[in-house]
Write a protein that binds this ligand. Structure first.
Ligand SMILES: NC(=O)c1ccc[n+]([C@@H]2O[C@H](COP(=O)([O-])OP(=O)(O)OC[C@H]3O[C@@H](n4cnc5c(N)ncnc54)[C@H](OP(=O)(O)O)[C@@H]3O)[C@@H](O)[C@H]2O)c1
Length: 254
């Protein structure tokens, strides 16, 4: 992926990693459209970044997602980058389950069905461009689950798998498929913004933008901090890391 001359839609672009990416790409002269549920949040960011555009959508809702994709296709016919970044994370006690699994279903709908539905709806448009990109934001927790957030980790492992299949099916085409795999980054995702163990958002975005610039053909974007999780299985450290990581995390988050 090139870092300039793109028309980029970023879901969840109103905060955290999505906002960081939106502002970094905007500063490089790209056309950036941010999307999320909170109009006021999106409006503030557009106001602070003249030329940026925004669109309100709840990606948990299949019909809204389809209507949103249709609006985007009409308003931005040259769209050539989709960044599926919107996500939610919740702690869950699997031993104390309620009959109502609304939280878990919301996590699956947002983190897994959301990107699948939006990619399906926008792929025809993306494939009409001379070159295009789908970037899916997974997590280091796709590779070593944090047991206190089981459904979240399952959706991210699912998104990793889906991304690999999408890339395979698009091989030989002009659409590049990238997985961005963040470590624990200081955002509001699960009250981590003030946690000193989290990677500062600015440092994360700077490292990501640098990696994209120096490896335009990359299939995965992994900052240094996430490599121990991403490559735990390959380095033979999975068992020890899974146990140690989760034991440590019972006192907090990594
Ligand atoms: N921070 C981390 O440690 C970390 C680590 C690994 C992966 N990630 C991934 O990075 C991505 C961004 O997370 P973040 O850390 O930047 O957290 P964040 O600040 O909470 O951002 C999540 C964004 O998703 C949007 N969103 C949530 N549900 C939505 C829905 N139904 N429809 C549309 N938009 C929705 C939110 O906007 P609205 O509330 O306005 O809709 C928000 O802007 C997520 O996929 C997350 O899983 C984060």
């Amino acid at each position: 992926m090139k870092v300039r001359d793109n028309h980029i839609l970023i879901t969840g672009g109103g905060s955290g990693i999505g906002r960081g990416l939106a502002e970094a790409f905007h500063a490089l002269g790209n056309q950036v459209i941010i999307a999320g549920r909170r109009k006021q949040v999106l409006d503030q960011i557009v106001q602070a970044n003249p030329g940026m555009a925004s669109c309100v959508v709840d990606l948990q809702n299949p019909k809204e997602t389809l209507d949103f994709a249709a609006r985007i296709s009409q308003a931005f016919p040259t769209l050539d980058v989709l960044i599926n970044n919107a996500g939610i994370m919740r702690a869950e006690n699997l031993l104390g389950q309620q009959d109502d699994l609304a939280d878990m279903e919301a996590i699956v709908a947002t983190n897994l069905l959301g990107p699948i539905r939006l990619t399906a709806a926008l792929l025809p448009l993306l494939r009409r461009q001379p070159k295009s990109v789908v970037m899916n934001v997974s997590s280091g927790l796709a590779f070593v689950p944090l047991a206190m957030t089981p459904t979240y980790c399952a959706t991210k492992a699912g998104l990793h798998s889906y991304t690999q299949s999408l890339r395979y099916q698009l091989q030989g085409s002009t659409t590049q498929v990238i997985e961005l795999i963040p470590p624990y980054v200081a955002t509001d995702l699960m009250h981590g913004a003030e946690d000193p163990r989290a990677m500062p958002l600015g440092a994360f975005i700077a490292e990501v933008m640098n990696l994209i610039e120096i490896h335009p053909e990359a299939t995965e974007i992994c900052v240094e901090n996430v490599k121990r999780l991403r490559f735990a299985a390959e380095t033979g450290k999975y068992e020890a890391l899974f146990q140690g990581f989760n034991d440590a995390m019972t006192q907090g988050r990594s």
